[in-house]
Design a protein around this ligand. Structure first.
Ligand code: NAD
Ligand code: MG
Length: 412
C-alpha cells in the first residue's frame, strides 16, 4: 500500500486525488494533508482519511481547526486525531513525513515551492501538479532532485501524456527521472490547448471580457487561477517551460497547438518521424492516478473514450496576437535563470488583481511584460533559492505598484 501526502488537499487537484484514494482503498492510504482556509472540507477529509498529520498554511485558523476536531472527538466521530501544524514550517513538515511514499503537490502558485523542496529533500517521490514551483525554481529544484534521487512524476495532463508516450520508447528510464536531461530521439513535443474560455471570441470582443467570462472553462473544471491562465493561454506558456525542464528539449522543439475537444492530451514526435499521442476524456483523475500507480496501470470503471461520440478532432495554430502571454512565456523560458520566476510571479499577481477587478483582462500580459522587461537589469543566470524567492517577491511588488499607480500602461 502506498502512503500519500496531499498538499493543497481542499483544491481541485487535492480533492480529485482523495477521490482516487477512496476508489482504491487497497492501494493507497493518506498520511498527510495540507490546506489553506477551507476548514469545513478539511475536517471532512480528516474524518474520512485519518491522516497522521495535517498542516494549515494560515496558522491563525489552527485554534478553530482544533476546536472542531475536539468536538468531533468528544462525540466519537473522529477515528484518529492527527498531529496539527501551522504556517510554512508546518507545511514543510507534512510534505516530508517519514511514512509518506508519494507527495501530490496541489498547492496553487509559487506558495508550493518550499513544501515541494522539503518533500524532495526528504527523498519523497513527487506527483507534480503545481507547475509554478518548477517554472520559478528549476535551477534550484532540478539539482536537488538529482541529489535526492526523488522521482518527479508529471500530473499536468499534457506532461503526463508525454510521459505516458515515452514509456513506449527506449528512453523511458531517462524520461521518467524528468530531471531536464535531454531525451535522445525525442524530436518534438506538441502541447495541446483547449483555447480556454475565449477560444471563440474575437480580439475585439476581449475588450469586454469580465471575471465571470474568464473563469468559465469550456472543457475542464479547475481552480480559478489556472482557469484564468487558460483563458490568457499563459497556462500553455507555463507548460512550455514546464516541458522544457521536465524533458530537456529546446524551446524550438516545443509547440502549442489548439485542439478544442481536449481529447488528445499532447503528442511527441520521435527521430524517425513517428508521432505518438495519448487520448482520453478531459478528466484530471487519469493523469493523477497514473502518477500514483506508475509504473503500473490500475483497472478503473471510468467512462471509456468513444471517438464516434466525439465525432471529430480538430487542430488550429494559436493566434499570437490574441494570446500575447504565450510569447512572453517562450521569451522568459529562453532567457532562463530568474526570468521564468519573474514571469510566473507577475502572472500570479496580475491574475489576482484581475480576479479582484483591479485590472482588465487585457492588462494581464501588459504588466507581465513590463515586469520581465524591468528584471533584465537584475537577471541572474544560476540563482540560489534565496535569489529565486527574492525576485518572486520583487515581481509581485512591482505589479502591485503598477496597478496602484494606474500607470499609462494600463490605459493604452
Ligand atoms: P485550487 O485553487 O483549486 O486549490 C489550491 C489548493 O492550494 C487549495 O487546497 C488551497 O487551500 C491551497 N493553497 C492556496 N494558497 C495557498 C498558500 N498560500 N499556501 C498553502 N496552500 C495554499 O487549485 P488547483 O486548480 O487544484 O491547482 C493546483 C495546482 O495544480 C496549480 O499549480 C495548477 O496549475 C495545477 N494544475 C491544476 C489542474 C486542475 O485541473 N485543477 C490541472 C493541471 C495543473
Ligand atoms: Mg495542463
Amino acid at each position: 500500500m502506498k502512503a500519500i501526502s496531499v498538499l493543497g488537499s481542499t483544491g481541485s487537484i487535492g480533492t480529485q486525488t482523495l477521490e482516487i484514494v477512496e476508489e482504491f482503498p487497497q492501494q493507497f492510504r493518506v498520511v498527510g494533508l495540507t490546506a489553506s482556509r477551507n476548514l469545513t472540507l478539511l475536517v471532512n477529509q480528516i474524518q474520512k482519511h485519518c491522516p497522521e498529520a495535517v498542516a494549515l498554511a494560515d496558522e491563525d485558523l489552527l485554534p478553530d481547526l482544533k476546536l472542531r476536531l475536539d468536538t468531533l472527538s468528544n462525540e466519537r466521530n473522529l477515528k484518529k486525531y492527527p498531529e496539527l501544524f501551522g504556517g510554512a514550517e508546518g507545511l514543510n513538515h507534512v510534505a516530508s513525513l517519514d511514512h509518506a511514499d508519494l507527495v501530490v503537490t496541489g498547492i496553487v502558485g509559487c506558495a508550493g515551492l518550499l513544501p515541494a523542496l522539503a518533500a524532495i529533500r526528504a527523498g519523497k517521490d513527487l506527483a507534480l501538479a503545481n507547475k509554478e514551483t518548477l517554472i520559478a525554481a528549476a535551477p534550484v529544484f532540478l539539482p536537488e532532485l538529482k541529489r535526492s534521487g526523488s522521482r518527479l512524476l508529471p500530473a499536468d495532463s499534457e506532461h503526463s501524456a508525454i510521459f505516458q508516450c515515452l514509456q513506449g520508447t527506449p528512453w523511458a528510464e531517462n524520461a521518467r527521472l524528468s530531471t531536464g536531461i535531454p531525451t535522445p530521439g525525442l524530436r518534438r513535443i506538441q502541447l495541446t490547448a483547449s483555447g480556454g474560455a475565449f477560444r471563440d471570441w474575437s480580439i475585439k470582443d476581449l475588450e469586454r471580457a469580465t471575471v465571470s467570462d474568464a473563469t468559465s472553462h469550456p472543457n475542464w473544471s479547475m481552480g480559478k487561477k489556472i482557469t484564468v491562465d487558460s483563458a490568457t493561454l499563459m497556462n500553455k506558456g507555463l507548460e512550455v517551460i514546464e516541458a522544457h525542464y521536465l524533458f530537456g528539449l529546446d524551446y524550438n522543439q516545443i509547440e502549442i497547438i489548439i485542439h478544442p475537444q481536449s481529447i488528445i492530451h499532447s503528442m511527441i514526435e520521435l527521430a524517425d518521424s513517428s508521432v505518438l499521442a495519448q487520448l482520453g476524456w478531459p478528466d484530471m483523475k487519469l493523469p493523477i492516478l497514473y502518477c500514483m500507480s506508475w509504473p503500473s496501470r490500475f483497472e478503473t470503471p471510468w467512462r471509456r473514450l468513444d471517438l464516434t461520440e466525439v465525432g471529430k478532432l480538430t487542430f488550429l495554430s494559436p493566434d499570437n496576437q490574441k494570446y500575447p502571454c504565450m510569447e512572453l512565456a517562450y521569451a522568459a523560458g529562453k532567457v532562463g535563470g530568474t526570468m521564468p520566476a519573474v514571469l510566473n510571479a507577475a502572472n500570479e499577481e496580475a491574475v489576482a488583481q484581475f480576479l479582484n477587478e483591479k485590472i482588465h483582462f487585457l492588462d494581464i500580459p501588459k504588466v507581465i511584460e513590463e515586469s520581465c522587461e524591468k528584471h533584465k537589469n537584475d537577471f541572474q543566470d544560476n540563482p540560489t533559492l534565496e535569489e529565486v524567492l527574492s525576485v518572486d517577491a520583487w515581481s509581485r511588488k512591482f505589479v502591485k505598484e503598477i496597478v496602484s499607480k494606474g500607470t499609462s500602461l494600463l490605459k493604452g
